[in-house]
Design a protein around this ligand. Structure first.
Ligand SMILES: [Zn+2]
Length: 134
């Protein structure tokens, strides 16, 4: 279920009626769910993960790996679906990732940790994504 561009909410109030309070906090206020609490941390089901806010396909289960960090982790995104933004909150230089279409917060991306050959970890809140099993 993917929204057409002209159906995308434009204001916080429009988002609030579409999302649960937790989804709104993470997706629209760049919140973070507590580690190990998300529904997809250990999920191995094959499929495609969509943006919880607008339905855009973001990550394939083929790129999901066990990072043991407490959040779902992917070593690649579907090309063009995730945008990266410099984030200097909490006194750290990190790279925030957002849905390229609806600008909702997904999590952060890290490089150089050596988890997989791609050496990239998209650390994503479960509440930001929705798995459509294959
Ligand atoms: Zn989206």
């Amino acid at each position: 279920m993917s929204l057409d561009d002209n159906e995308l909410p434009r204001t916080d109030d429009e988002w609030r009626v579409r999302l649960t309070p937790e989804e709104f906090h993470v997706l629209r206020e760049a919140g973070t769910e507590r580690p190990w609490t998300g529904e997809y941390v250990d999920t191995k089901t094959q499929g495609v993960y969509h943006c919880r806010a607008c339905g855009l396909e973001l990550f394939s289960s083929d790129t999901k790996f066990d990072s043991h960090c407490g959040w779902p982790s992917f070593d690649d995104a579907i090309p063009g679906r995730v945008k990266e933004i410099e984030d200097r909150t909490l006194g750290m230089a990190r790279t925030e990732i957002r849905c390229a279409r609806c600008d909702s917060h997904l999590g952060h991306v890290f490089h150089g940790e050596g988890f997989t050959p791609k050496d990239t970890r998209h650390c994503v809140n479960s509440v930001s994504i929705k798995l459509e099993p294959r």
